[in-house]
Design a protein around this ligand. Structure first.
Ligand code: SAM
Ligand code: TMP
Ligand code: ZN
Length: 418
């Protein structure tokens, strides 16, 4: 355990750590927030759910985490609308991950890989194409049906200890357990890690990638905080977390996707030698002050300033008679719109390429979601880019908008217009 979160003599709010049982010190309260992927139609019950988005850092294990948990059945419903293959960038990313796994960890005789949160099968379809034994586990039925239509094997279920036990009994141990943008979503991470420890072969690896705390702090990307990002992982907190389950962090790799992520590789303790990358990232986190409360106090000030600047800009543009439209009905946009109080009066609609989101209303804010094609009918004066992690792909696709004088509004690391 570590204990250098400098919060002595503080009267700040605290709550118990979901990972180590220590004391978490609160550093931001975004107020009541909706389920970030609850794109709704009038009358949908899920639209009314609210929880308090309160964030803190554990004094003992340094895990950054939320205080309140949303019911998992409300978040990951059978019709959960997010599609992992919704951008060319992510399709390419997961294809590369699969090819790399096939060439390395899955190169032995009759390998077996399990993916937690396989969604529409964007990663596993390459694995299936290579004829390698695999199983996706995901509770989102509609997304799993897309995967199954491509020949990917999926169990429609929540992964936890009991699921892991039944998979092991039926199919044997896994050489690789892989998961992208899922593990940090799961408050009940203890049963996940017990399941991993049960399912993993003696020399197997558990690899998971998630948004990286270091990038979020460095870029002030506060919109990465929403119901699904219950934890914000860093090497230090992940190392402490997995150690409780007889596992060891043996490698880390920084990834440029989703505004900055890290892939953590975990093995049974003592089986693999940790790579120098682990030591290097831990050292960098110390230099960045990721375990220090002062870092989060400064981050909190930047969040408040972004809200002020963004709302001021949108109100000024409205007063000038300019039209601003949202681009990318992301989960991240739920925090921006609801924390900043941005509704259809400031942003009348948001364009998004996901059919499952179109024709629905954005969680909390009620901003309608329209198709990407409607962006040009007619072009607005400004586009508020909620999907800033896909800026390159979107700006290339919408070059004509810029050529005709349209401007993009971005709000991280600060509010700016390009
Ligand atoms: N892996 C994809 C990616 O990186 O784009 C999908 C990520 S999506 C944000 C999270 C996915 O995790 C959803 O498809 C959700 O249904 C799934 N999920 C949530 N809790 C889960 C659990 N306990 N076991 C398996 N999948 C889970
Ligand atoms: P993400 O940030 O969670 O990956 O979500 C990106 C959202 O942006 C998703 O709803 C799809 C949408 N999107 C578009 O509408 N057009 C695009 O060109 C891209 C890349 C994404
Ligand atoms: Zn802790």
């Amino acid at each position: 355990m570590v204990a250098d979160v400098t919060d002595e003599n503080s009267s700040a709010e605290t709550f118990p750590c979901r990972v180590c049982g220590g004391l978490v010190r609160q550093w931001f309260d975004f107020g009541p927030q909706p389920i970030s992927n609850a794109f709704y139609r009038d009358g949908d019950a899920v639209a009314g759910i609210r929880y308090d988005l309160v964030v803190g850092i554990c004094r003992s294990c340094t895990m950054v985490q939320q205080r309140d948990e949303c019911p998992r059945e409300s978040m990951f419903r059978p019709d959960y609308p997010y599609r992992a293959s919704g951008s060319a960038l992510m399709r390419k990313h997961f294809e590369q991950v699969a090819e790399w796994l096939l060439a390395t960890e899955l190169a032995g005789p009759d390998p077996f890989i399990v993916e937690i949160g396989s969604n529409d099968g964007v990663m596993l379809r390459t694995i299936r194409g290579a004829g390698v034994r695999h199983l996706g586990v995901d509770p989102s039925r509609d997304a799993a049906e897309v995967a199954a239509a491509e020949g990917v094997r999926v169990r429609v279920d929540f992964f936890e200890e009991s699921t892991a036990a039944s998979i092991r009994a039926a199919e044997g141990p896994a050489d690789v357990i892989y998961s992208a943008n899922v593990i940090s979503h799961i408050p009940y991470v203890d049963t996940i890690l017990r399941g991993v420890a049960e399912l993993l072969s003696p020399t197997g690896v558990f690899m998971f990638e998630d948004r990286y705390l270091g990038d979020i702090v460095a870029h002030s990307s506060f919109d990465q905080l929403y119901d699904e990002h219950f934890y914000l992982f860093a090497a230090r907190s992940v190392q402490a977390m997995v150690a409780q389950f007889g596992l060891e962090l043996v490698d880390v790799a920084h990834l440029d996707v989703h505004g900055g992520s890290v892939r953590y590789t975990v093995a049974r303790a003592g089986v693999r030698t940790p790579s120098p990358a682990v030591r290097d990232l831990l050292a960098r986190e110390s230099r960045q002050g990721l375990a220090e409360m002062a870092t989060y106090e400064r981050f909190a000030d930047r969040i408040v300033a972004i809200r002020e600047d963004l709302v001021t800009l949108l109100r000024e543009l409205r007063a000038e008679g300019k039209q601003v439209v949202g681009y990318g009905a992301t989960s991240k946009s739920a925090t921006v719109t609801n924390y900043c109080g941005i509704g259809p009066d400031l942003v009348p609609y948001v364009c998004d390429s996901t059919p499952e989101k179109q024709g629905r209303l954005s969680p909390g804010s009620g901003i309608p979601v329209r198709s990407q094609d409607e962006f040009s009918r007619p072009y607005p004066d400004y586009a508020l880019l909620f999907a800033w992690n896909h800026a390159e792909e979107i700006m290339a696709k919408e070059r004509e908008f810029s050529e005709r004088g349209g401007r993009w509004i971005l709000y991280v690391p600060t509010v700016h217009v390009v």
